[in-house]
Design a protein around this ligand. Structure first.
Ligand code: IMP
Ligand code: MG
Length: 177
């Protein structure tokens, strides 16, 4: 697909690499939640592609819900709170909840969101992130499932955007120049 570019983009993860890893994650999640109903909670909008492809590889009774929270570029600090822009439709009390995130960068979003969801008393609460930038962490946070660890670069594609662009790319790239 031709796209008008100012800088260039360098592919970091191909569509094949992504889909292969998602197959593995799907198997792992299927094993870990055997016999349970799994509520997959996608954090909009970045996790949309990952959630859809991952859900197809999870052989369980899967339910889906979505949340939108303030993220990159907001004035969030270690003392601040995450702002919920769109809340869940489901009551998660007693449910097995797996949060699906696009990328964990500073860790701030997740470290604020997790306690907030824990207050709602889910049976279990875990995090599955497509990408992880461990070198950027400002607060200690470890996802339960991680697709890929990536370098400290600005990542786009497969749901991740730069100014709302590039989300539809089937691969992951980093922006250069
Ligand atoms: P954190 O709170 O710093 O961990 O940031 C998490 C959010 O910032 C992610 O859910 C993304 O929406 C956004 N983000 C962080 N790094 C990138 C990136 O490299 N590309 C696109 N979005 C990013
Ligand atoms: Mg996000």
């Amino acid at each position: 697909m031709a796209m008008k570019e100012t800088g260039s983009i360098r592919v970091l993860l191909t569509e094949e690499q992504i889909q292969e890893r998602i197959r593995q994650l799907g198997k792992q999640i299927t094993r870990d939640y055997e016999g349970k109903t799994l509520l997959m909670v996608g954090i909009l909008k970045g996790s949309c592609m990952f959630l859809c492809d991952l859900a197809k590889r999870v052989e369980l009774d899967v339910r889906m819900d979505f949340m939108s929270v303030s993220s990159y570029g907001s004035q969030m600090t270690t003392s601040g709170k995450v702002q919920i822009k769109k809340d869940l439709e489901n009551n998660i009390k007693g449910k097995d909840v797996l949060i699906i995130e696009d990328i964990i960068d500073s860790g701030m979003t997740m470290s604020k969101l997790l306690p907030l969801l824990r207050e709602r008393e889910p049976a279990s609460l875990r995090v599955c992130t497509f990408l992880d930038k461990p070198s950027r962490r400002q607060v200690p946070l470890q996802a339960d499932y991680t697709g890929f660890a990536v370098e400290d670069a600005f990542i786009v594609g497969y749901g991740l955007d730069y100014d709302e662009k590039y989300r539809q790319l089937p691969y992951v790239a980093c922006l250069e120049g």
